[in-house]
Design a protein around this ligand. Structure first.
Ligand SMILES: C[S@@+](CC[C@H](N)C(=O)[O-])C[C@H]1O[C@@H](n2cnc3c(N)ncnc32)[C@H](O)[C@@H]1O
Length: 208
């Protein structure tokens, strides 16, 4: 079976099929004419699964885009849960805000506008789950700043852990940075990690 056919099959089984997530896709396509940055139903399904399995309450997302992953996580969180999400592009924030207001879970979403690294310097511990999905050049910096904010037993997730295969190309700057992150996670004795073949690769780790 071809990889694309397997991917299409997997997309049938993800438990993240709310109308509001379809709305995010439609608004993104109609407004931007590109949707390739959306995390999509399988990654969102995994985030949701992890929130339920770990009974997470306080979640951090780096790279919100139009809010697909943010909403999937907010929907999975308990009523007193919170997703703090970082985004440096106002255009995306302005597209996401009406969708959040319509979602019924806006009260569980806190948008931090600005450079994610600056925001990270202002955040208090502890987070139950951190999902990094912003600029790949900073992946290692994000990891270093996020780990101290993650509680013991907390889950660290990096999207695009393969970067379309560029992680194996030492001549590609972004690929090199994501590879450095993958290596740092692997070498950290305080983490238990596994790389999942989900979409563009998900590197997931739990803090011992
Ligand atoms: C791949 S998209 C995020 C997708 C989103 N997590 C989802 O589930 O659909 C990456 C986002 O990170 C944002 N971003 C890139 N660099 C950033 C930075 N330095 N600080 C904050 N956000 C950044 C981009 O504007 C973009 O919206």
């Amino acid at each position: 079976m071809e990889a694309k056919a397997i991917q299409d099959y997997a997309e049938l089984f993800h438990g993240a099929d709310d109308d509001i997530l379809h709305d995010v896709v439609q608004v993104t396509r109609a407004s931007l004419q590109y949707d390739d940055m959306l995390s999509g139903p399988v990654v969102a399904g995994l985030l949701r699964f992890l929130i339920h399995a770990s009974t997470a309450r306080r979640v951090l997302e780096l790279g919100m885009f139009t809010g697909y992953g943010t909403l999937a996580m907010a929907l999975a969180l308990p009523e007193d849960g919170m997703v703090i999400t970082c985004e440096n592009n106002l255009k995306y924030i302005n597209l996401a805000k009406p969708l959040f207001q319509k979602s019924g879970v806006n009260h569980k979403i806190n948008i931090q506008y600005g450079e994610a690294l600056d925001t990270l310097g202002r955040l208090d511990p502890w987070f139950d789950l951190v999902f990094i999905d912003a600029d790949k050049e900073n992946y290692l910096n994000y990891y270093e700043k996020c780990l101290p904010l993650l509680k013991k037993g907390g889950i660290f997730i990096a999207d695009n852990a393969w970067l379309g295969g560029k992680v194996m190309d030492s001549g590609d700057r972004k690929g090199r940075e994501v590879h450095k992150l993958n290596k740092a996670i692997q070498d950290n004795e305080n983490l238990v990690n596994v790389m999942l073949p989900v979409r563009d690769g998900i590197h997931i780790a739990v803090k011992k």
